[in-house]
Design a protein around this ligand. Structure first.
Ligand code: SF4
Length: 257
């Protein structure tokens, strides 16, 4: 198997705009290729085959060099996103980055379990709700969680490795998506959940990357947050975390920030 990693883009430092690490300075390493085609995907340039020519194979060392160039050599949280980064051979990058003091967060829909999930610092599993047009294989998602948990058990014995902090993040656009999130929570009650208000920007293959904060996006986001708060209050789901997409509020759909 090739050890080359398909890269769509590397950018930062910026702030993590989503999930449990929201607000943390990070460099994004976005891999190319995805096994899903979500209707509202905002990174189609890392998904669709017509963009494949722009995805360049990198070694782990080449990726880390580019990250450290962006941070003036300082270690940082590296966010592995996509596409679906679980499709890529990332083990060597994790080892190399850790050796330089970096930490890693990986975001994936949970369709491809990998044993090296256990070597991450943060694992964000983001099963896709009905509005995406995709179907979740719950057994496979459970395998992804188990990959992280296996190491947690090993950790107790070895006291050397630390398994990733794992959360499930679900983007919610409507009532069906919220019902999906509830279903997921019933299946995985011990995993922290993040409910993220969906970005209402139209799902177009060629977004306007000029970006900039958008008042209509902000208004829509706050309405969805209020609505989500009503739902979790009605259901007494008070250990859920409700978040907007911070980067969309700040910069709209601008690419590379
Ligand atoms: S899983 Fe993520 S990257 Fe892949 S199509 Fe869906 S939103 Fe886009």
């Amino acid at each position: 198997m090739s050890s080359r990693i398909l890269i769509s883009e590397i950018f930062g430092p910026t702030i993590q705009g989503e999930g449990s690490l929201i607000g943390r300075p990070t460099v994004f390493v976005r891999t190319g290729a995805c096994d899903f085609r979500c209707s509202w995907c905002d990174t189609l340039y890392a998904v669709l085959p017509e963009y494949k020519a722009a995805w360049t194979p990198h070694s782990a060392a080449e990726i880390l060099d580019k990250v450290l160039l962006l941070t003036n050599g300082q270690p940082i949280l590296i966010t592995l996103s996509g596409g679906n980064p679980a499709l890529q051979p990332l083990e060597a990058l994790l080892d190399l980055g850790h050796a330089h003091g970096c930490t890693f967060a990986l975001e994936t829909q949970g369709s491809v379990p990998k044993s090296w999930f256990a070597r991450l610092d943060h694992l964000v599993l983001s099963p896709k709700p009905p509005s995406s047009g995709m179907t979740t294989d719950w057994a496979t998602l459970r395998q992804c969680l188990d990959m992280a948990r296996v190491t947690e058990l090993q950790t107790a014995a070895q006291s050397t490795l630390c398994g990733p902090q794992t959360v499930i993040k679900i983007v919610v656009f409507d009532e069906d998506d919220y019902a999906f999130a509830r279903q997921a929570h019933r299946q995985f009650p011990d995993v922290p959940f993040v409910l993220q208000s969906g970005n209402s920007a139209p799902a177009q293959p060629h977004n306007d990357w000029s970006g900039g904060g958008d008042d209509s996006l902000a208004a829509m986001s706050s309405q969805r947050i209020e609505w989500l708060l009503e739902q979790v209050t009605r259901d007494g789901w008070f250990d859920a975390t409700i978040l907007p997409q911070l980067h969309v509020l700040l910069w709209g759909n601008k690419r590379g920030v």
